[in-house]
Design a protein around this ligand. Structure first.
Ligand SMILES: Nc1nc2c(c(=O)[nH]1)N[C@H]1C(S)=C(S)[C@@H](COP(=O)(O)OP(=O)(O)OC[C@H]3O[C@@H](n4cnc5c(=O)[nH]c(N)nc54)[C@H](O)[C@@H]3O)O[C@H]1N2
Ligand SMILES: Nc1nc2c(c(=O)[nH]1)N[C@H]1C(S)=C(S)[C@@H](COP(=O)(O)OP(=O)(O)OC[C@H]3O[C@@H](n4cnc5c(=O)[nH]c(N)nc54)[C@H](O)[C@@H]3O)O[C@H]1N2
Ligand SMILES: [Mo]
Length: 741
């Protein structure tokens, strides 16, 4: 890899002055703890890419839960980070950070509102009220939390403790390592971390044996691209240019989305099915393809299982019936099927959205049959572009997590149903301690009012580790200051790009912030736990993960990553994973018919079941409410509190179709109440045929505490689960809308 060029321009960010104590001031005791625990990597970085007049350049990576996993270069001057740019050499980042992250230093690292000291609550738990926290020392805070956890364990057993975390950082170490060992060692209640991706994964895997398809860059070779239930212009901004490039070379871009998104506007053809009906559409396409003999008979014969039984099922899905189910025109279904089957290479680009329905897994399973039927996998760039979880399989992540410490008979809580877990009085034992990190369930978890009810419990000890006083932290007994990606060492594991990136800390933690790993080490120490594995250093955890003979990691070492910053996974090229079959299913075939599903008492064939992920009354709540990620400046709830991001985003709007609006006397700009049995939101209506009649939509991510009415999208969502994989049927919520006043 070549050396990077000199710094990008002369522009430098103005950074607010630091708090009195400044960075790097640590107590003697802390210093001893740091060195004793082997967190030497915290102290500066050895990555001097270039040194000019006291400036250092340090290679790092964006931590976000985003398919792009950008590589960046942070410049420091006298111990302060002064500039952050995307790595020009990185094939996906191409020198550009997105709008969410290009101001990370001022927006997050040096934000005056950032939590940089341990805080203890002094006021009531809840969203409202000022100055409800006071600064305390780490020793006092950790001693108190440790002794309260010990008492809870003594009184109720370890399962009275619930960890809650998700993907605030994608780093192998700060996302999940010492924390998992710590909770496993305690025997705490297990958390099913299903809120994103697992339903899609299980659905795709039922057909393909995996949810990883082709290389993102190979979609440039495609000539027929279906962007199916995804909005990559916003949600995958460094992947979208590959699709634009394919179009420049003659590809046709079809977007299948009920909403007219920015992606749909840039595509060549937009098809708008009723949400949750895509399995029927896929089956309708197969009906046409097989009926007209456009399928790849040889590929089907050699590499699929159960074609004859699928064929019988396809009889149920003629285009006319599919048109009724989806609200598409039957001519369009026929045209789409024929164009897909006859243009090569063809690629289906999905992401995560479709899993958020009660029938989500089945939609992915059904769509995943299409490329096998037409033999799309035979072509470079053909097939499905979804996850890229090759690094996850190749790294020794099990050795980092130590799942053997967890007893699989220990009860578990599904993170989608946090509200239920916290409020269920019949749980034995009840949850008495909640430790939240890398997630903001007060905003992102379903059935928000039930979550708040649980968080409000006076007998619940809540500790939140974060960068800001989030809406979850407003209910915490303690808020612990988390270090940021600028301040800790990590290995970022991609799920949407084929590059593995090392993040080297560029600066000392601001104030008294600490990496998650270090907080759990210190808590373990205070609780009297002596097991060595609780004290492994971050650097050793990364070396453990990389200590793998897997061919995808050939020539990638800790040293090479420290030198180069990132490396492409050593995947075979051309990357045509199923050109010759070899699907990682039980049969080794693409399973159109899946015995594993039959054994589980499920439909072994793809099929359409109407979405039904909201138990409330359809008569009373006739509209479907979708809360998607249609916000360029937020990453889920991250950044939704930052002035720059809020200014750029504006106030949220409820998109409602002109027909539904007229029926309710609603005009553009009318203040409306959106409500169901779980909650209500007051919001300005945007009357717009960008949504379908029968579907209203607003972006998720806004913090309830910053909205009038103190409710955000998840006040309306249901905590029902999807068909397989345990994800939430978040986009199946049903609501009614009325004018306010
Ligand atoms: N800017 C930004 N980027 C992000 C994120 C973010 O918060 N902000 N979040 C990241 C994360 S965590 C994730 S999981 C990904 C998600 O990435 P995406 O899956 O692309 O995001 P969504 O906004 O959930 O959904 C995309 C589109 O799917 C459509 N959709 C919903 N249900 C259906 C359906 O049943 N059928 C069809 N055909 N379409 C449907 C929605 O209308 C929406 O326009 O994005 C990542 N990238
Ligand atoms: N209504 C609705 N709800 C949804 C979705 C939707 O589309 N609609 N999408 C769902 C999906 S796909 C997802 S992935 C989830 C996302 O849910 P979350 O994973 O909770 O995502 P964020 O809201 O970004 O919250 C991450 C938090 O981690 C913090 N953080 C970042 N780095 C660190 C660190 O190093 N240490 C610590 N301790 N904290 C850190 C950030 O400051 C932030 O507060 O939301 C889900 N909820
Ligand atoms: Mo997600």
């Amino acid at each position: 890899m070549s050396k990077i060029s000199s710094p990008n321009g002369v522009h430098r960010e103005r950074i607010p002055s630091m708090t009195a104590d400044g960075p790097g001031r640590i107590s003697r005791r802390e210093f001893i703890e740091r060195s004793a625990l082997g967190t030497a990597a915290l102290v500066g970085s050895e990555t001097f890419l270039a040194q000019e007049s006291g400036r250092q350049k340090v290679r790092g990576a964006c931590m976000h839960d985003c398919p792009d996993t950008c590589a960046w270069i942070m410049t420091t001057e006298n111990g302060r980070a002064v500039e952050l740019v995307g790595d020009e050499q990185h094939p996906m980042t191409r020198g550009r950070l997105c709008e969410k992250m290009d101001g990370f230093l001022t927006d997050v690292v040096y934000n005056p509102d950032r939590v940089v000291y341990p805080l203890r609550r002094v006021g009531e738990k809840g969203l409202s009220g000022e100055g409800r926290f006071e600064r305390v020392g780490w020793d006092e805070a950790l001693d108190d939390v440790a002794s309260r956890l010990k008492k809870i364990i003594a009184d109720h057993g370890p399962t009275a403790i619930l960890p809650y975390s998700f993907a605030g950082t994608e780093g192998a170490v700060q996302r999940r390592s010492i924390d998992r060992r710590f909770f496993g060692r305690l025997g705490a209640t297990l958390l099913d971390r299903n809120i994103c991706g697992s339903t899609a994964h299980v659905g795709l895997s039922a057909t393909m044996g995996t949810s990883s398809g082709i290389l993102p860059e190979d979609i440039q070779k495609s000539r027929f691209i279906i962007v199916w239930g995804s909005n990559p212009v916003l949600t995958n901004p460094h992947g979208w240019p590959y699709i634009e490039q394919a179009r420049r070379e003659g590809a046709r871009i079809v977007v299948i989305d009920p909403l007219r998104t920015e992606t749909a506007e840039r595509g060549d053809w937009h098809l708008r099915p009723i949400p949750g009906t895509d399995a029927a559409l896929a089956l309708g396409m197969m009906h046409v393809i097989v009926g007209e003999g456009l399928h790849d008979a040889e590929y089907v014969e050699r590499h699929t299982l159960g074609f004859d039984r699928l064929r019988e099922r396809l009889v149920e899905y003629p285009p006319e019936r599919v048109a009724e189910i989806t609200s598409l025109k039957s001519e369009d279904i026929v045209e789409l099927a024929k164009a897909y089957a006859t243009t090569r290479p063809s690629t289906i680009r999905m992401q995560i959205a479709m899993e958020k329905h009660s029938n989500g897994a089945m939609m992915y399973r059904s769509i995943a049959c299409l490329p096998a039927i037409v033999g799309a996998w035979r072509d470079e760039g053909g097939g499905i572009l979804q996850f890229t979880k090759w690094a996850e399989g190749a790294l020794k992540l099990g050795a980092v997590l130590m799942p053997e410490l967890e007893d699989s008979s220990t009860r578990s809580v599904n993170m989608v149903q946090l509200g239920r877990a916290l409020t269920d009085e019949t749980l034995d034992p009840r949850i008495h301690a909640l430790i939240v990190y890398n997630s903001n369930p007060g905003t992102i978890a379903q059935n928000q009012n039930l979550v708040f009810e649980g968080l409000r419990r006076k007998d619940l000890l809540t500790v939140v580790i974060d960068h800001f006083v989030t809406d979850t932290a407003r209910f915490a007994d303690y808020v612990f200051p988390a270090a940021t990606q600028a301040e800790y060492l990590d290995l970022v594991v991609p799920w949407g790009s084929p590059y593995l990136t090392l993040n080297v800390p560029a600066i000392e933690p601001v104030g008294e912030a600490l990496p998650n790993t270090e907080i759990f080490r210190r808590l373990a120490r205070r609780m009297g736990l002596e097991d060595d594995y609780l004290y492994t250093s971050d650097e050793d955890l990364i070396k453990t993960a990389l200590d793998s003979d897997h061919p995808y990691l050939k020539d990638i070492t800790y040293e090479s990553l420290r030198r180069d910053g990132w490396a492409p996974l050593n995947l075979p090229r051309p990357f045509m994973p199923y050109a010759e079959g070899g699907f990682p299913t039980p049969s080794g075939q693409c399973e159109l018919y899946a015995e594993s599903l039959e054994a589980a008492g499920l439909d072994p064939l793809p099929g359409h079941v109407p979405p039904d992920g909201d138990p409330t009354s359809r008569e009373r709540y006739p509209l479907t409410f979708m809360s998607t990620k249609a916000m360029r400046f937020f990453l889920n709830s991250s950044h939704a509190n930052q002035p720059r991001h809020r200014r750029a985003t504006g106030e949220p709007r409820l998109q409602i179709h002109p027909k539904d609006a007229a029926e309710r006397g609603i005009e553009n700009g009318t203040m409306v109440r959106v409500y169901n049995a779980r909650g209500s939101i007051e919001i300005v209506a945007a009357v717009d045929d960008a949504t379908l009649s029968g579907v209203v939509t607003m972006p998720h991510g806004f913090w309830a505490s910053l909205l009038p009415g103190a409710s955000s999208a998840n006040a309306l969502t249901s905590d029902s689960l999807s068909d397989m994989g345990g994800g939430g049927a978040i986009y199946d919520a049903r609501v009614e809308v009325e004018k306010v006043g």
